[in-house]
Design a protein around this ligand. Structure first.
Ligand code: PMP
Length: 443
């Protein structure tokens, strides 16, 4: 029976702060309830008692099917039917569900080699290496790339896995303002010369880290201008394409494809299989020499379990579909549908008078709620209309730029998006969210 008087603090004693605790208690949103089945075009939620705010709530035994605007299912591959699902079923029978070994021991199968070759070809790099987890890809790759005496320059809104990996690396970390090329150049100028003659570089390596498409903002990195700075300041460039791979570009090959930039300009392209491919895990792609080095220095793959067979086959089938090796035309159709849906929903929300963030071609569409008190209310209004949305607030966003985030999918039909627009129209009036009425973010 240890007590605070003995100087004992339970492990969870400092987990809560005022804002997080208050907001969590009040959020009676879709995802304070487990889902059943596939997170595809629709998602089914287990119902709970409406007055039950505890995390360990009691289920009522009933379910609600909702239109799913929440999952990262850009190309509609998070389904349990179709070519991918059939191939996964066959592979699971053949290989089981685990290789029961890290890659370096008995865990490298023909499936890993196949996926790595497909990924490298798809992103336009010599070599690729895959990981069981997207988060772990960044968390373990940064320490393998850079260390003490190196400088990482990171966009301030980079994903937590990048921040995590960067801190773990021991390199010095500098941030620049989100997507602000002038601020990036300021950091480069200040940190590279540091008052020394221009020929002197006080860093072993300099790594600039950005994302292709930012998941809370729907913004794209300004790749052409970053490449221009790279030529001038001669740094290494790392791009996290978790949300852009499969989702951007005429061929779905990500941010380089979108801007028509040769992938050779980027030193390391990272991505995940959890968004556009309906699978699990991540990859890094680069020159052969770099990837060969990573294979023997990355602790995550040296000591962690290799990606599993069903996951690998889901990835390879999805990639083949996108490329057109399987069911020619279907991949292209999905890409076009996603591009159309993204623009259609964005335009529709703007017309209704909402304030939304992000690039016109982004399938991530954040709708500003501003006031944190409107987070649960918006979620609730959507759920009443059988639509599942993700709502985000502090600390993931600044306190007063709370938002809802829609993830558009190629699996959505125009009718689905019209249904969402009608629901937003009503909820926007009820919660006074529309800018054109002159009171956005107000009462
Ligand atoms: N990078 C970015 C930019 C992400 O958004 C995410 C997850 N949302 C990850 C990495 C981690 O990927 P995963 O969820 O596949 O582990």
């Amino acid at each position: 029976h240890l007590s605070a008087r003995d100087g004992y603090a339970p492990l969870n004693s400092d987990f809560d702060n005022f804002y997080i605790r208050r907001l969590q208690l009040r959020i009676n949103d879709c995802f304070r309830r487990p889902i059943t089945g596939v997170p595809g075009r629709f998602i089914t939620l287990l119902d709970r008692k409406s007055d039950d705010f505890n995390l360990s709530f009691k289920m009522t035994g009933t379910t609600t099917e909702t239109l799913n605007m929440s999952s990262y299912n850009y190309l509609g591959f998070a389904q349990s039917e179709g070519e991918c699902a059939d191939a996964v079923e066959v592979a699971t029978k053949k290989y089981g569900v685990s290789f029961a070994s890290p890659r370096g021991d008995a865990g490298t199968s023909e499936l890993h080699v196949e996926v790595e070759n497909l990924v490298a070809g798809f992103v336009g790099k010599e070599s690729a290496m895959i990981f069981s987890m997207g988060f772990g890809t960044n968390a373990t790759t940064f320490p393998a790339l850079v260390g003490k005496g190196c400088l990482i320059i990171s966009d301030e809104l980079n994903h937590s896995s990048i921040r995590f990996g960067a801190r773990l690396s021991g390199a010095v970390i500098e941030m620049f303002k989100h997507n602000n090329i002038n601020d990036l150049e300021r950091v480069l100028r200040e940190r590279i010369s540091q008052g020394q003659p221009r020929t002197h570089r006080p860093w072993k390596k300099i790594l600039v880290a950005v994302e292709g498409l930012y998941s809370m903002e729907g913004t794209m990195c300004n790749l052409p201008e970053i490449i221009a700075l790279k030529r001038k300041y001669k740094f290494n460039l790392f791009i996290d394409e978790a949300h852009s791979i499969g989702a951007l570009g005429m061929q779905g090959r990500g941010i380089c494809d979108y801007f028509g930039i040769d992938p050779a300009e980027v030193d390391i392209l990272m991505g995940t299989f959890t968004k556009s491919f309906g699978a699990n895990g991540g990859y890094v792609a680069g020159d052969k020499a770099l990837i060969d080095k990573l294979r023997v220095t990355n602790a995550g793959t040296l000591f962690g379990e290799a990606p599993s067979p069903p996951v690998l086959v889901q990835i390879s089938s999805a990639l083949r579909l996108i490329i057109g090796d399987i069911a020619p035309g279907q991949g292209q159709e999905r890409l076009e549908r996603l591009a159309f849906n993204s623009r259609y929903l964005r335009l529709g929300l703007k017309r209704l008078g909402f304030i939304i963030f992000g690039h016109d071609d982004s399938p991530i569409i954040p709708l500003l709620l501003y006031n944190p008190a409107k987070i649960p209310a918006f979620s609730h209004e959507m759920l009443k209309r059988k639509i599942a949305v993700v709502v985000v607030g502090y600390p993931a966003t600044p306190l007063i730029s709370s938002r809802a985030r829609f993830c558009v999918s190629a699996a959505h039909t125009k009718d689905d998006l019209d249904r969402l627009l009608a629901a937003c129209d009503q909820a926007g009036d009820i919660l006074q969210l529309k800018f054109s009425s002159g009171i956005a973010g107000g009462r």
